[in-house]
Design a protein around this ligand. Structure first.
Ligand SMILES: [Zn+2]
Length: 330
């Protein structure tokens, strides 16, 4: 969490909520999506019913892609999810939530997600909250903070949107029974062209690679620290330890196509780096980046820790391990 606290901006707070918050459910992604959409329109407040419009539509769309997991939910949540399942078809046909789904959403949102959005495990919550909790009536006004408007109205907003969508897909795929258990066993890799994050066992695409690590790098190029373009144009996925090391047979570490070894970089840095091994500073920065992933709830965390554990390296011994790799450097 230190990683984010060093830049106590509205953007870091947003990323803490989306990337680092406990993800036992995916409702927070739907709420994040709704908040960004409303604040991007210039709104500084919205009623619960207004927030429920984009929120419930997003939940209905996702319910068609993956089961909304949690079998051990509270009775209220089980009720909500069964209403989502029953109303999803009509909602998607109409392009807006049915009356029944809207009513259930407004009723459940405050307790299920709005009271939890800012929570972080083992801390006081995000440093800069994005709204003030209303009472629970449909007409009560949720006031957005200036931090939410800053985040939603910045040119960087599309990246935050992509991050949210990516995180949502990763978390849902981990909840999905079959994919979930294979993720637990084997973790995530990337496709040969580095464009897609894959479920290792089924080789099925789970999400796009680019937005997956970007939030764990403060949205900056891994090498030169320049903030990356708001539309992720000319942003490259790079292997910090070059993939070619594996083809020579000299490499004895974890799979270099694993998420642990992938970073995003700006266009000038990526070709410049090409096939060289990382400097010591870069190796340490990779550790920091991976520790940020390890501090976030699954599934990227699980992927990184699995790969490291499978080689007998816990995150705490990771420093020593990277020192052992020094002979791979130029
Ligand atoms: Zn760069």
């Amino acid at each position: 969490m230190q990683f984010y606290r060093t830049e106590p901006t509205a953007f870091s707070s947003w990323r803490m909520a989306i990337l680092m918050g406990a993800n036992t459910r995916t409702y927070k992604f739907a709420l994040g999506h709704a908040l960004l959409a409303l604040a991007a329109e210039g709104r500084d407040s919205a009623t619960l019913a207004e927030i429920a419009v984009p929120y419930s539509l997003a939940i209905a769309q996702h319910s068609q892609q993956y089961p909304q997991a949690p079998r051990a939910g509270s009775l209220g949540e089980a009720d909500y999810l069964s209403i989502v399942a029953q109303e999803a078809d009509d909602t998607l046909t109409a392009g807006a939530a049915t009356e029944r789904l809207m009513a259930a959403t407004v009723r459940s949102m405050p307790g299920m997600v709005m009271s939890k959005f800012h929570n972080l495990r083992g801390t006081d919550g995000v440093p800069r909250p994005f709204y003030e909790m209303p009472d629970r009536s449909a007409g009560s006004l949720v006031r957005f903070t200036p931090d939410l408007r800053q985040v939603a109205q910045s040119p960087y907003m599309p990246v935050l949107q992509q991050e949210l969508v990516t995180r949502w897909a990763l978390v849902e795929s981990a909840f999905d029974a079959d994919i979930g258990s294979s993720l637990v066993r084997s973790g995530l890799l990337v496709s040969d062209d580095s464009e897609l994050v894959l479920d290792l066992v089924r080789r099925a695409p789970v999400a796009q690679t680019r937005p997956a690590p970007i939030g764990f790098q403060y949205g900056r190029c891994f090498y030169c620290r320049t903030p990356l373009d708001g539309l992720l144009v000319d942003v490259h996925v790079d292997h910090v330890y070059p993939y070619s090391l594996m083809t020579t047979g000299a490499w004895r570490g974890p799979d270099l196509n694993g998420v642990w070894n992938l970073v995003v970089a700006c266009a000038p840095c990526n070709p410049a780096k090409s096939n060289r091994t990382p400097t010591e500073a870069e190796g340490r920065r990779l550790i920091q980046r991976n520790e940020a992933i390890l501090a976030s709830p699954h599934p990227l965390k699980r992927t990184v820790s699995l790969l490291l554990n499978s080689w007998g390296h816990s995150s705490t011994s990771f420093y020593r391990w990277v020192d052992d790799l020094a002979h791979f450097r130029d």
